[in-house]
Design a protein around this ligand. Structure first.
Ligand code: CDT
Length: 311
């Protein structure tokens, strides 16, 4: 018995700082429509998909920063995307900067949502691994100020029943950490959706720049295999405001194999017919967690944050 979901990896090319939400939403709707023409049930958009990747700039004026955030979802500018989902019968994952009020306090998160074919939000995630730094660092050609503009997500990694399977989400830097996927793997996840904005150049470690595409696929392919899950990784790609972002959006099967990929650095859709059942031979054999995990030996993973040499 198969359980099929047709998925589109909806890569975006650069978004300029001057682009309006309306312009961006038009591009997203065009990709959603393309997805519907190719039989997609759901398409995956990148992280922070409504604006340029603003953490590259140091800003002191919070009002200026807040212009990049959504105060409601859907809001006036994004409602047409939800309407299009309903019209085309195609759901989506999208990342955006979330400004919300909780217990009388203003909160800022790097967030993703899962929207079903009727345009209803059925899942939400707030990014936990925030890379970069919190203060201006002179030596960098561009900043990476996620630690300044966002709070650490407060939801853990929930999974949701949607599109006939069990779906989880993470965001960009989360995809490099095995804990991210294992938290969802332990809840039986069958498909992980992840949007990203990854500058090819990382100022503290320029020696890694030539490996950035390799590392991107390495982490997602190994995670798919080790957890018997589909992984859909989707980039914002190309030269955005002078900063090159890697592309390489992919659909990865639970075998760890890439089954569909984007080849350009602009708006592009890659489609794959995915069977949720494919993960089961991994989950029931080599990665049968119940039979083979040894959590009594994994204590340090939660007890210790940084590596400490004790020998
Ligand atoms: N957006 C995001 O999380 N990007 C990071 C860049 C790491 S270098 C500061 C990533 O892991 O791709």
């Amino acid at each position: 018995m198969s359980r099929i979901v047709t998925v589109g990896a909806a890569q975006l090319g650069p978004i300029a700082r001057s682009d309006t939400r309306t312009q961006v939403v038009e591009r997203l709707i065009a990709l959603l429509k393309q997805g519907s023409e190719h039989g997609c049930d759901v398409v995956v958009f990148p992280e922070l998909a409504l604006t340029t990747f603003f953490p590259r700039w140091y800003m002191e004026d919070q009002a200026e920063v807040d212009q990049f955030f959504e105060k409601s979802m859907p809001g006036t500018d994004t409602q047409p995307l939800f309407d299009a989902a309903r019209e085309y019968g195609v759901g989506f994952y999208i990342g955006y900067a979330e400004l919300t009020e909780q217990d009388g306090q203003v909160r800022h998160f790097n967030t993703s949502i899962l929207v079903d074919k009727s345009g209803e939000i059925v899942g939400k995630y707030r990014k936990i691994h925030l890379p970069g730094h919190a203060e201006h660092e002179e030596y960098r050609a561009f900043q990476h100020l996620e630690k300044r503009y966002f709070e650490t997500g407060d939801m853990g990694w929930p999974v949701y029943r949607a599109f006939g399977g069990i779906i989880g989400m993470c965001i960009c830097n989360d995809r490099r950490w095995p804990e991210t996927y294992r938290m969802m793997g332990l809840q039986g996840v069958e498909m992980v959706m992840v949007g990203y904005n990854t500058p090819r150049h990382n100022p503290p470690s320029p020696e890694h720049d030539r490996l950035s595409d390799f590392h991107n696929h390495l982490v997602m392919q190994s995670a798919a295999y080790q957890n018997g899950t589909w992984v859909i990784g989707v980039a914002k790609a190309g030269v955005e405001e002078g900063c090159e972002l890697i592309g390489g959006s992919v659909i990865i099967a639970p075998s760890g194999e890439i089954v569909a990929r984007c080849t350009g650095m602009g708006d592009e859709l890659a489609v794959a017919i995915c069977d949720f059942e494919m993960g089961h031979s991994y989950k029931n054999t080599i990665f049968n967690f119940e039979a083979h995990r040894e959590p009594q030996h994994y204590g340090l993973i939660v007890e210790r944050k940084g590596a400490k040499v004790t020998v």
